[in-house]
Design a protein around this ligand. Structure first.
Ligand code: MOS
Length: 760
């Protein structure tokens, strides 16, 4: 196991402990549903027992008769709400109480509000409904789904990347792989449950809700409640796991806010674990058809990737992971196509590395199959096909350390001792398998704003409405401020997660560290300029008359190259002020100038690393050892090693934690996680944490994270490539490849479970 506090290497910051660590471990960190409010009422949702059809009658009288019940909102009670718009700030356009049609399992039918949670729960249990049920299409394999191309039907996937004559190249290739892969439905189960708390005062609304996008929520709430966004405040000081589930808003929020308005008292709705499976987004199941053609010496000459993703009847959600797979290697000809399949399910949504996880699973498993056909080491195959330019349109990558990652991880893992023959490595009763895969994530960055204050006593305050979703962004923003203003981290206070603060982008697409740290650099520069001007412009003092360009802030003061220095206190005296406060806007290259203004309107402008002048991606290599019991087929993962290169690492401790969590989640996706959908009624079967399997510590025994030094001055001013979603991309393929190596069984459908290996 690598050290929890890794010493920094080149271009890596200090492994500082999280500045909010004590708050978190002592329970003082205030999560949204912890917010104490006087006279708080409690709400419980009632959700449908069918997935397709309509409600012919809903019976509320028994619920209303429960002592303590204050209100029941159902059909006809919310007409003053506007329907949500499908997009980055709302995961669905469905307005569940506006119509009696049921579009998916567990659709909201009513909201019961009572004096106590217990009364609300009891009353919610007493609500019954009569339905006219229709036969639903549950999954990608069901009859009566509708399949349409993503291109032309979705906002997100506008092009199917392709180059050259794929058909000819594939036909002529001496070695080929032609295989199909699939990944299952997976559900978000963040430790912190989903919740909404709404409180009104003087016609203004405050919503406390775990969020990755407070300004986006504010805009959505205002829109649905037909209010001025200035009268809405969204607070999410800490978020206990986001991973995309708390990026866009769900229909619950506006309904709870409306209930609070009607009752004229604060209302809190904490979503049950089970209801989290149906009222929030999830990772869509996918299918893939991969075709690879190569020369005998291992050069890929043809790559075809066709993908299908499930979506709802109401919204055309897509992830379209071919943007990553078609740009990964130096292929010859490329052809790709993404389709969406509309079924009777709620709209899917973001889940950590939304496009990359399923699409890269298919490609990286196919690559392992190709290596075997070639009789070539899988690491060597990836090395041979490494490229420094985009195979689609020839653009260069800013930096790309994929081969270095493979070398470092292979060495630490002991890959050289692998006997390539499947089933050849055995340790007593255990079949041993080694597998590896590439991991990749685009470096996204977005406009961000910040307000920063420095006082004469060397204290710094950073304010930006980014979100601490567990990544450590509060800490790394503080580190950047400390570095740029020459003070200790302990002197920096960071405020986030509140629309009273200057806006930051949605905490999605792993953009936050890059965007927020770049904004902090801009704010610090403005503060320095003011102080330096005062220092050089004064009639006397050690820095009078100097060129501000030769000054820096260090050790609680201003220092010139020759060592002459001014204490901060003296600089403030010369400035004639006790505080310098600056508001800064960071607009990344390629973003529109109105990017900052759009943030105030709840719109983040993410500049996608796969669509810039140069390609910007973080890379890694992941190695896994599996052990499969020869008799029971029990599958264990005793070791995982990942080596990653992601530009500047702001904090090796928090970065390691992100990457390690990713590796473990990837292993979980490979072996454990799947939501089973009943084909007969399109309902989720295992919708709780007893039956939706997730790993525990014993499932992840040794996880080693190697962070390679990498300097990239082009990605953004901070030089940071986001890594929050990098870790879990390659792992599912690495596990599947290791299972093959151990058993000789290619299981191309996730998750891989012992029952898949019984006859192996
Ligand atoms: Mo992430 S799935 O972009 O929150």
């Amino acid at each position: 196991m690598s050290a929890a506090v890794p010493p920094p290497r080149e271009n890596q910051g200090q492994p500082a402990a999280r500045i909010d660590a004590r708050l978190k471990v002592t329970g003082e960190a205030r999560y949204a549903a912890d917010t104490p409010l006087p006279n708080l009422a409690h709400a419980v949702m009632v959700t449908s027992d069918i997935a397709c059809g309509s409600v012919t009658a809903i019976h509320l009288d028994a619920a209303k008769a429960v002592p303590g019940v204050l209100a029941v909102l159902s059909y006809g009670d919310v007409d003053q709400l506007k329907k949500p718009k499908f997009g980055n700030a709302s995961f669905t356009s469905l307005a569940p109480l506006h119509e009696k049609k049921i579009w998916h399992d567990g659709q909201i039918m009513a909201l019961v509000v009572a004096d106590t949670f217990e009364a609300a729960q009891e009353a919610a249990d007493k609500v019954t409904a009569d339905y006219e049920e229709e036969k639903p299409s549950a999954s990608l394999i069901s009859a009566d789904t509708e399949t349409i191309p993503a291109k032309g039907n979705t906002e997100k996937h506008k092009e199917d990347p392709a180059v050259g004559d794929f058909d000819a190249a594939f036909r002529d290739a001496p070695v080929t792989v032609d295989a199909r892969y699939s990944t299952p439905t997976q559900h978000h189960n963040p430790i912190e449950l989903f919740s909404t708390t709404a409180a009104w005062a003087d016609g203004k609304l405050t919503v406390y809700e775990p969020s990755q996008n407070v300004y986006g929520f504010r805009e959505q709430i205002a829109d649905q409640l037909k209010m001025d966004p200035a009268d809405v405040r969204v607070v999410s000081l800490f978020t206990g796991g986001g991973f995309g589930s708390k990026g866009p808003m769900t229909p619950r929020t506006a309904i709870v806010a409306l209930a609070a308005k009607r009752l004229n008292r604060p209302v809190r709705c904490v979503v049950t674990r089970m209801q989290g499976f149906t009222t929030v987004s999830y990772r869509a199941p996918t299918r893939h058809h991969i075709r690879l053609g190569a020369t005998q010496d291992g050069r890929i000459t043809a790559f075809g990737h066709e993908g299908w993703e499930l979506t709802s009847r109401v919204d055309n959600y897509v992830v379209g992971g071919t943007d990553a797979t078609t740009r990964l290697y130096g292929y010859g000809a490329v052809w790709s196509k993404v389709s969406i399949v509309k079924a009777d399910r709620q709209t899917p949504g973001y889940m950590r590395s939304p496009p990359e996880v399923p699409y890269m699973f298919a490609l990286e498993m196919a690559l392992d199959e190709l290596a075997e056909k070639l009789g070539m080491d899988p690491v060597e195959l990836r090395r041979i096909n490494d490229t420094m330019k985009d195979p689609i349109d020839g653009k260069p990558f800013t930096t790309r350390s994929l081969t270095q990652c493979f070398e470092a991880a292979a060495k630490s893992f002991g890959w050289a001792s692998r006997d390539p023959k499947p089933g050849s490595m055995r340790d007593g009763d255990w079949l041993v398998g080694y597998g590896c895969a590439t991991t990749i994530y685009p470096t996204n960055v977005a406009p961000a704003t910040v307000r920063m204050r420095l006082t004469a006593d060397g204290k710094v305050r950073v304010q930006t409405a980014s979100h601490e979703i567990g990544t450590g962004v509060r800490t790394v923003a503080g580190q950047m401020a400390a570095e740029q203003l020459g003070v200790d981290l302990a002197a920096v206070q960071v405020e986030m997660g509140d629309t009273e603060l200057p806006p930051a982008p949605v905490s999605g697409g792993s953009n936050s560290t890059a965007s927020v740290c770049s904004a902090v650099m801009q704010g610090a520069r403005q503060i320095r300029e003011k102080l330096f001007r005062a220092a050089v412009g004064s009639n006397s003092g050690p820095l009078a008359g100097r060129n501000p360009d030769e000054l820096e802030m260090r050790d609680g003061g201003i220092v010139a190259r020759d060592g002459a220095s001014l204490k901060l206190k003296e600089a403030f005296d010369q400035l004639g002020a006790g505080v310098v406060e600056e508001y800064a806007e960071f607009i990344p290259e390629g973003a529109p100038p109105e990017g900052a203004r759009k943030l105030y309107q709840g719109e983040s402008t993410l500049i996608d690393g796969s669509k810039r002048k140069k390609l910007q991606f973080a890379f890694g290599a992941e190695f896994v050892e599996v052990r499969i019991h020869a008799r029971t087929r029990e599958i264990r993962v005793p070791r995982m090693v990942g080596a990653f290169a992601a530009g500047r690492i702001m904090n090796p401790r928090t970065a390691r934690s992100q990457l390690m969590g990713g590796l473990i989640w990837g292993m979980s996706a490979a072996l454990l996680e799947a939501t089973e959908v009943d084909e007969r009624n399109a309902r989720y079967v295992n919708r709780d944490l007893a039956e939706y399997l997730v790993p525990v510590c014993a499932d992840a025994q040794q996880v080693e994270v190697i962070m390679l030094p990498e300097v990239d001055t082009e990605v953004n001013p901070a030089g940071v490539k986001g890594l929050g979603e990098l870790g879990n991309v390659g792992t599912n393929a690495a596990v599947a490849n290791a299972v093959y190596h151990a058993t000789g069984r290619r299981i191309r459908e996730l998750p891989i479970r012992m029952e898949n290996l019984l006859d192996a």
